[in-house]
Write a protein that binds this ligand. Structure first.
Ligand SMILES: *[C@@H]1O[C@H](CO)[C@@H](O)[C@H](O)[C@H]1NC(C)=O
Ligand SMILES: *[C@@H]1O[C@H](CO)[C@@H](O)[C@H](O)[C@H]1NC(C)=O
Length: 121
């Protein structure tokens, strides 16, 4: 009889996986380590003479929340697709303070802010 043997194996597997971890090592439970959040990417503001508008959403119809001076680096967390500017339709998100979020068109951020590096919001 194969069935009892199989169910015995399955139940011991279930027992093993539900056993409490006895590993005393402290675990990294940060959102990044758990794969719940991406690390931010530091990118510089470029292609503008003074500052790039950082808007409440991914388009020029959204209000300007912040003006990011050219040459300054910010930590970008992800990108959204939106209105295209100079052929660039990605808007890179920064969190200035907790909960304070705005988006800068990808035309104004350097090449480190690639879509692959940022990931979609
Ligand atoms: C944007 O800025 C980069 C870096 O300064 C420069 O290499 C590039 O030519 C600029 N692109 C445009 C369209 O001005
Ligand atoms: C938009 O800008 C980002 C840099 O912020 C760049 O990685 C991306 O290739 C640009 N897309 C286009 C279509 O130029």
């Amino acid at each position: 009889m194969k069935l009892p043997t199989l169910s015995l194996v399955l139940s011991s597997l279930l027992l093993a996986s539900s056993a409490a971890p006895t590993d005393p090592e402290p675990r990294d439970t940060s959102p990044e380590a758990l794969g719940l959040a991406k690390r931010s990417v530091s990118c510089k503001i470029i292609n503008v003479s003074k500052y790039a508008n950082c808007r409440a959403g991914p388009g020029t119809n959204y209000e300007v929340r912040y003006r990011a001076p050219v040459g300054t680096s910010y930590n970008f967390v992800c990108y959204k697709k939106g209105e295209c500017y100079q052929g660039n339709c990605t808007w890179d998100k920064i969190i200035i303070d907790s909960g304070y979020v705005c988006y800068i068109n990808g035309y104004f951020t350097d090449s480190k802010c690639s879509m692959a590096a940022l990931g979609q919001c």
